[in-house]
Design a protein around this ligand. Structure first.
Ligand SMILES: Cc1ncc(COP(=O)(O)O)c(C=O)c1O
Length: 389
């Protein structure tokens, strides 16, 4: 009945089945995969969302790229991260996921491909398939820090490739795009007239970035899209406000925006109340962002301190973002390890293979979790993963 865009096998995997069984049996699981900021014990002021009730939202003014006031507020916010951008180069979306869908519609025909980093965000598989596009991987390699393997990019650049995706900082490796990698990618992309799509949803969460960290709009000579949204930058995923910033040579940007307008006009998916409130929500979001930054900084320091007693476990460097990666002894499989952590210690973590790490064994944990629970979980996870060696 369903299209081939959907997975054939809709059965939950072994980890999801065990979570269900444990919850049914009344277990209290510490969820170190939690990345929903509204469930992380942060303090959201009572009237934070009052701007959504503004009477300006009573008028429906359908604008494919979004209301000008909201686009201007997003453009102004980009300055905080060092990009000078004019409002006419900003388009609003309801989320970053939607932004990917709209951009794939803009750039790709069915059967075309986009390059995606590995390891990275697992949703790429679905986001591409839903648009009848193929995700072709290129590799990030770990040599004390995660860098783009440019040979793997060159090898992946087949005839059907329509864009190169970059996630910076990357989920879950926490690595930022480096200036020389961006220059090399831009050269490869320019030679084939391909755009770069930079997912920069975690760009505000800079923990220990290399001095060479940069952003996709700094690319020269190519069309570039920078994706972001309130979901991560203000810890407000439920508001459904994301954006795409367009950069690159003016003629190419103008052409892309004109075509993109047709795609966005087909859906007009961003609600008027959130657009009318955008400027104020972006301003108010700074307080939530500060809490999240303090939380992930605190939990990372705690993880490093706990891990010092377990030399078999390496906490990989985290330049930014909300997650940490642990390299652990690979005696058994990652799957067996995460199942035993859940079964015996009531702690849920993600296995590295979920993010397409090139080899075993890695586990990934969210740094967003409430500190008391995070520390409790650490005290269980580290002895178990170290005991494997
Ligand atoms: C790299 C990356 N991009 C995008 C998203 C989703 O963002 P949004 O809520 O705006 O769709 C996530 C969510 O975890 C993510 O990790």
């Amino acid at each position: 009945m369903s299209s081939s865009r959907l997975p054939r096998n809709l059965e939950p995997n072994a980890l999801a089945r065990l979570v269900q069984a444990k919850r049914r049996a009344g277990a209290s699981i510490v969820d170190l995969t939690e990345s929903n900021p509204t469930r992380a014990g942060l303090s959201y002021p009572d009237h934070l969302l009052a701007p959504l009730a503004d009477a300006r939202a009573l008028e429906y003014d359908p604008q494919p790229l979004g209301l000008w006031s909201a686009r201007a507020a997003v453009a102004a916010d980009f300055r905080r991260r060092g990009s000078v951008l004019s409002a006419d180069r900003v388009a609003l979306t309801s989320s970053t996921s939607e932004a990917y869908g709209l951009l794939f519609k803009l750039l790709c025909d069915a059967g075309d491909a986009v390059l995606v980093p590995h390891p990275s965000y697992p949703l790429f598989e679905h986001l591409t398939r839903m648009e009848a596009v193929t995700a072709v991987p290129y590799a990030l390699e770990y040599h004390g820090s995660w860098r783009i393997d440019l040979d793997s990019v060159r090898a992946a650049l087949g005839d059907r490739v329509r864009a190169i995706l970059i996630v910076s900082p990357n989920n879950p490796t926490g690595s930022f795009l480096h200036r020389d990698d961006l220059a090399a990618l831009a050269e490869l992309a320019a030679a084939r007239n391909l755009p770069l799509i930079g997912d920069e949803v975690f760009a505000d969460y800079r923990l220990d970035p290399s001095p060479a960290a940069t952003h996709v709009l700094a690319a020269s000579g190519v069309l570039a899209f920078s994706l972001g949204g309130l979901s991560k930058s203000a810890g407000l995923p439920q508001l459904k406000l994301g954006w795409i910033a367009f950069g690159g040579p003016s003629a190419r940007v103008d052409e892309a925006i004109a075509a993109y307008e047709i795609v966005a006009d087909t859906y007009l998916s961003v609600s008027t109340p959130v657009q009318a409130a955008a400027a104020e929500l972006i301003e108010r979001g700074a307080a939530i962002r500060a809490q999240i930054l303090a939380r992930v900084t605190r939990n990372l320091a705690s993880l490093r301190a706990h891990a010092r007693s377990f030399p078999a476990v390496a906490v990989l460097p985290v330049e930014g973002g909300w997650s940490a990666v642990l390299q652990v002894p690979s005696v058994g499989s990652e799957e067996a390890l995460v199942l035993s952590l859940l079964d015996q210690d009531d702690v849920l973590v993600h296995p590295g293979y979920f993010f397409d790490f090139p080899r075993e064994a890695f586990i990934v944990m969210s740094l967003l979790v409430e500190p008391g629970l995070f520390d409790k979980a650490m005290a269980r996870v580290l002895p178990r993963v170290a005991a494997q060696s």
